[in-house]
Design a protein around this ligand. Structure first.
Ligand code: KG4
Ligand code: ZN
Length: 344
């Protein structure tokens, strides 16, 4: 079965082709227009998706060496995300499926991240634990079988990626901040500054990252560096690297402790690390090391499948279509969407 997947929930316009569950192309156009704003500007994102969508889909078809008449089904993200941005890919997917007379299925973006780990050769065995870390979400999910997933804990305030982006903005590093902090942190000392780790009350698998972000802000104020990016011009490379490494360590410590604790509690041995923040080199290394000590294995997709991408949407689309799960054309875009439950 050949499935075209379309993703436009935030600031990546992406399309991919999947043949029997294997990605044969994955075209991602990241919008650079948001960089100077320190975050995604929804209206600009929607307009950019409109400009890019046809070209991105055509490139995905050409990359897979296919003509559109060969596609068996189309999947597009319906949420969660920016409604105006979602509408572009969702409407495009529905219209193309209607025009070609083939099945259409709407996909939950977070299921896309969750099952993106199956785009690789080495895959976790069910039941497994997933740590889903992106710009909008941070969750621990128990995945018992395909589409049988339960959210065990999630962030009560900022998502991990959001904390990276907000701290990067304070430091004058632009958007998205995660990759810049990751890069700078490699030269820094993670023990230079002790930022707080919020584990919350005993036994909870929820997260909170707004405190870490605020303590970076107070640290910068105490040092006379304000919050409008002054650090970038006033600090030397080593000081910037130390702040980045110390902040990153605070985030990574909490994510890794909660994920390994949850795996032990559930008695699962396989952990999937997915979502944009899973590209973080320190998170990958630390989770692998700590999980290894508990006898667990960690599975992480390559970085083009960690960030927002059409391949993960095509994959969940394929999982749905082979089960006969299609969506009506009236399916709306949704800013918020639950992840727990079974396929509908
Ligand atoms: O999954 P994703 O592409 O989009 C959402 O669904 O939100 O995740 C984007 C997030 C951004 O916050 C970005 O800063 C973060 O992932 N990110 C990283 C890294 N690469 C991307 N965070 C930390 N380290 C990275 N290397
Ligand atoms: Zn995402």
């Amino acid at each position: 079965m050949i499935v075209l997947g379309i993703e436009t929930s935030c600031d990546e316009t992406s399309a991919a082709l999947l043949v029997d569950g294997k990605a044969v192309s994955n075209v991602i156009s990241s919008q650079l227009i948001h960089s100077s704003y320190g975050g995604v500007v929804p209206e600009l994102a929607s307009r950019a998706h409109l400009r890019l969508i046809i070209q991105v889909v055509e490139e995905a078809l050409a990359g897979g060496g296919m003509k559109k008449g060969q596609i068996d089904g189309i999947a597009a993200t319906r949420g969660p995300g920016l409604v105006g941005a979602l509408l572009v890919g969702l409407s495009f997917g529905k219209a193309l499926a209607f025009g070609l007379g083939i099945p259409f299925t709407a996909v939950n973006h977070m299921e896309g991240h969750l099952y993106s780990v199956f785009l690789e050769e080495e895959v976790p065995a069910y039941p497994f634990l997933a740590l889903v870390v992106s710009g909008g979400h941070t969750m621990l999910v128990h995945v018992e079988a395909p589409f049988r997933q339960t959210v065990l804990g999630e962030t009560r305030d900022d998502a991990a990626g959001e904390a990276f982006d907000k701290v990067a903005k304070m430091l004058g590093l632009g958007y998205p901040g995660g990759p810049a902090i990751d890069r700078l942190a490699r030269e820094g000392d993670p023990a230079a500054i002790r930022f707080p780790r919020a584990f919350l009350e005993e036994g909870t698998l929820d997260f909170s990252f707004s405190g870490i972000k605020t303590s970076v802000l107070y640290y910068l104020r105490r040092e006379g560096l304000g919050e409008s990016g002054a650090a970038r011009t006033l600090l030397d490379g080593k000081q910037m690297a130390d702040i980045c490494a110390s902040f990153q360590a605070a985030i990574v410590d909490v994510l890794v402790a909660k994920a390994t604790g949850a795996a032990l509690r559930l008695g699962v041995t396989d952990i999937a690390l997915v979502g944009g923040v899973s590209a973080n080199s320190s998170l990958r290394r630390t989770l692998r090391d700590e999980a290894g000590k508990c006898g667990c294995r960690v599975f992480t997709p390559r970085s083009e499948y960690c960030m927002d991408n059409g391949a993960m949407i095509a994959y969940v689309g394929w999982m749905r279509l082979v089960r006969g799960l299609t969506s009506v054309y009236e399916t709306p875009a949704a800013a918020y969407l639950e992840l727990s439950g079974i396929a509908s």
